[in-house]
Design a protein around this ligand. Structure first.
Ligand SMILES: [Zn+2]
Length: 308
């Protein structure tokens, strides 16, 4: 099986991914965060360069449709910095879209066609499909988005990247997607460290789904020590080969180029060295290199309009 990771500059062999930040945003605009928007390409280049300087080779951008998603902007960042960038298509959880937003009126089939077009081109291609769940439940718009994402996944093979609200419903999401025909190995669950419970996520991980933590530097929720302890506990449960890590910089106030902090490079410049000191380089190599190379890889055999 020939698998690839789809970056904004084209498909690459998964072994070329290198040290990877599995969840970030270079552009994000949502009515949920007034005053915290960021959509400037030059400042994105400035931030991305700090991530490269801190040792990252690849970054996955999780910004979905109509929330500032800018594939051309990501391409410019990638060309200016050499950072390999994976773009997302898909939609976020319900609350990010106003009641009269046109995406809400689309059928699941229409959404799926839109996702597939973003993945297969023409133009800058996306390499993951983002979907979102609400706190402990899936709202009707989210259920439609899940159905559309499954259809697009089955046609293209790209992985599904799922926002969990406060780390809830991980196993419920995996089971819902499995009933719709998606293997847990194609499901990446974000923000699980918002609910730093190793037993809960251990049960989810037993399904084979990817467990992503992305709270380093978010001291207003938990100190980094809590995130490290969760990583350690999940590794002890045999899940070290399913862990992914990102910084999830979703606000301009988190970017130094916009006058905020701790900056896009925090995960690589600060958290990764600490993880290596406290939990060892072997685990770091899995979380930052080997796991992303498997999680974001897919077999593109269904592309270019081939029937399933
Ligand atoms: Zn995010």
């Amino acid at each position: 099986m020939l698998s690839v990771v789809r970056t904004v500059q084209g498909d690459i062999d998964p072994s070329q991914l290198g040290p990877t930040d599995s969840h970030e945003h270079l552009f994000f605009v949502t009515p949920l965060q007034p005053g915290d928007e960021f959509a400037d390409v030059d400042r994105a280049i400035e931030e991305a360069q700090t991530l490269v300087d801190a040792g990252a080779r690849t970054m996955v951008d999780w910004t979905p449709l109509d929330l500032g998603r800018d594939p051309q902007g990501l391409l410019r960042v990638s060309e200016a910095t050499g950072l390999q960038v994976v773009a997302a298509t898909g939609v976020h959880r319900d609350a990010h879209y106003p009641a009269d937003h046109p995406l809400r009126a689309e059928t699941a089939d229409a959404l799926a066609r839109r996702f597939v077009a973003d993945i297969e081109g023409p133009g800058v291609r996306s390499g993951v499909i983002k979907i979102g769940a609400s706190y402990h439940r899936l709202q009707p718009f989210e259920q439609k988005a899940f159905a559309a994402a499954v259809e697009a996944h089955q046609r293209t093979g790209v992985p599904l990247c799922v926002h969990t609200e406060h780390g809830t419903m991980g196993l419920g999401i995996v089971e819902h997607l499995r009933r719709l025909g998606v293997a847990p190995g194609s499901v990446i669950l974000a923000h699980l460290d918002r609910n730093p419970d190793p037993v809960e996520h251990g049960e989810t991980g037993a399904s084979g789904a990817w467990l992503q933590l992305d709270g380093p530097g978010r001291a207003k929720y938990w100190p980094d020590s809590t995130v490290l302890q969760l990583i350690s506990d999940l590794a002890d449960r045999g899940l070290s080969k399913q862990l992914l890590l990102g910084g999830d910089t979703g606000r301009s106030s988190m970017m130094r180029a916009y006058g905020g902090g701790p900056g896009l490079d925090y995960v690589f410049a600060r958290f990764k060295p600490r993880l290596e000191r406290e939990l060892g380089r072997e685990l770091s190599q899995l979380i930052f290199v080997e796991n992303p190379a498997r999680a974001f890889a897919f077999d593109p055999r269904f592309n270019s309009g081939c029937p399933r």
